[in-house]
Design a protein around this ligand. Structure first.
Ligand code: COA
Length: 488
């Protein structure tokens, strides 16, 4: 609390410098040694958990945040793999269990290079190890039992009931390993739809996003951001880390559930806010209000309205006739309204009672943005951005994936990384979007199907050579001559 107050009281320039410092710290390579006196004895935090002696190693050189955490990764497609990839980037040892001969279905989906794992797969499974295992066979279950006993977390996003049908009920897992955290993504939480299979866009529709995205006079729209899959994976990752933290105190694991409908609804929180505001009158920040179109009984689609307290819209910039992304999002933030007026050549709006104050502008937002657009159309989106940022007006150029892929600063921060892969060669990926200053992410390529089967059986699970031979001969890992014969 005290720190917060201090920051709030800081002059703007200092606060800006401080925020720049944080960004720099996150992306900076480890530098000098920490010069601080280590406390004599471990202390206890308020939670009662012992805090170890402070590390004296240079920043970023004392391991990773989740070192020592081992994950049994039973995930596939996008939501679950997003979660376990994040945990792997933070240092967890993620062991991905895949069906022999097939693996995660995305390995072969949206393929662009023949006989190489797809980008769909490679971009969601960095820093993991892969073991192939038929979990429905006797020997497969023998391996799984040992994996459960060896790992800290099991993460899965099978269809409802699939884990139980495999024989891996919570009760069984908890008996084998009472410390294990069992984390699941499901389409819906408990209720009438809990047994349904769900993909990204189903979640976007069921979680309130589609009904509030698009233009008022058009159909509901899904968004490009994978808020149902990757968004839920993020939610699950937080749940897992919290469960591990609680385990430090309680000594026991627990179940973690992130439903995709809940995750999307959480991200649509502001739309449920507006739903309730509707009971008290029209939503004046929506341009529909200025256009005298009555509101219905549910939060409407609002096109490109910001929907927040600071009205905004997407405006054309120079070149819009041929470039589909020559646009900019312009926010008429109240504190900089006078600067906006000066910049767009409408200084008289500063004192005009129809435009000077935010409530007066609400019924005429369309006209305000049309006027600003006359100005933005005279420049490229980057020129508009420079001109606006010079006087603190918040704007967002519409960046294409091509522009993002080529953006040097994203390469330097590790947000976009180039990865080399043995069968597909070099490709770009999104690296870890969360930067920790003392746990530096190294992005390593995704594993080939079953690449680490032997290593995991022997080094992690400590099966003897004879036991490994037995397991393989059974076909449980899909590599035995017996298994091949059966498939022929
Ligand atoms: N060995 C043997 N069997 C395996 C296996 C292994 N290593 N891994 C998976 N299987 C089996 C499962 O046990 C299941 O068998 P069952 O149906 O006989 O019990 C089967 O493979 C298929 O699993 P399922 O999850 O039903 O896959 P699906 O392709 O039919 O459905 C989804 C895919 C994504 C729709 C579904 O998994 C789902 O709804 N998941 C939860 C929500 C979610 O995460 N959706 C977003 C995905 S990005």
């Amino acid at each position: 609390m005290a720190t917060k107050k201090k920051t709030a009281a800081r002059p703007k320039a200092k606060a800006k410098a401080a925020s720049r410092k944080v960004v720099k710290l996150a992306s900076r390579k480890p530098a000098a040694k920490v010069k601080a006196r280590a406390p004599a004895k471990p202390k206890a935090a308020a939670s009662g958990i012992k805090i170890p002696k402070r590390s004296m190693k240079p920043w970023g050189q004392d391991g990773k945040a989740l070192d020592g955490v081992r994950i049994l990764d039973f995930t596939h497609v996008q939501s679950g793999p997003t979660c376990t990839q994040l945990l792997a980037w933070f240092g967890a040892d993620v062991i991905k269990v895949e069906r022999p001969g097939i693996g995660d279905i995305t390995r072969g989906q949206l393929m662009d290079v023949p006989n190489a794992d797809s980008l769909y797969f490679t971009m969601l499974n960095h820093n993991k190890r892969s073991i192939t295992l038929d979990s429905k066979s006797k020997e497969g279950m023998r391996v799984l039992e040992r994996l459960v006993k060896t790992c800290d977390v099991l993460v899965e996003n099978f269809a409802p009931g699939a884990l139980d049908r495999m024989g891996l009920t919570w009760e069984r897992i908890h008996t084998w390993n009472p410390r294990m955290v069992v984390a699941s993504v499901k389409g819906f939480g408990p209720g009438p739809y809990e047994d349904c299979k769900v993909y990204e866009n189903v979640a976007q529709c069921a979680g309130g996003s589609a009904s509030t995205t698009g233009f008022r006079d058009g159909p509901p729209l899904v968004t490009g951001a994978q808020i149902g899959d990757s968004g839920t994976g993020l939610h699950l990752a937080l749940g897992i880390v919290c469960a591990l933290f609680q385990r430090n105190r309680t000594g026991r694991g627990q179940r973690v559930l992130a439903s995709m409908q809940d995750g999307v609804l959480n991200l649509c929180r502001v739309k449920l806010r507006d739903q309730q505001r509707l009971a008290h009158g029209p939503l004046k920040e929506y341009s529909q209000y200025g256009e005298n179109i009555p509101f219905g009984d549910a939060t409407p689609r609002a096109g490109n309205d910001s929907g927040g307290g600071q009205p905004g819209w997407i405006l054309k910039c120079k070149g819009w006739e041929t470039d589909p992304n020559a646009y900019i999002y312009f926010i008429t933030q109240a504190p900089v309204w006078e600067k906006i007026c000066d910049l767009i050549g409408k200084p008289e709006w500063k004192t005009d009672p129809d435009y000077a104050k935010p409530p007066a502008r609400l019924p005429r937002l369309r006209h305000v943005f049309d006027t600003i657009e006359q100005w933005t159309m005279t420049m490229t989106k980057f020129e508009v951005m420079n001109a606006c940022n010079a006087v603190d007006i918040p704007v967002g150029p519409i960046l294409s994936m091509k522009e993002l892929a080529e953006e040097q600063s994203l390469r330097e921060s590790g947000t976009i990384v180039e990865v080399d892969h043995p069968t597909r060669g070099k490709y770009l990926s999104v690296g870890n979007p969360i930067k920790l200053s003392d746990s530096i992410t190294e992005v390593k390529r995704s594993p080939l199907l079953g690449e680490h089967t032997d290593e995991i059986l022997s080094k992690v699970l400590k099966f003897t050579a004879a036991e490994i031979a037995e397991i393989k001969a059974s076909g449980a890992t899909g590599e035995a001559p017996k298994a091949k014969m059966a498939a022929e």
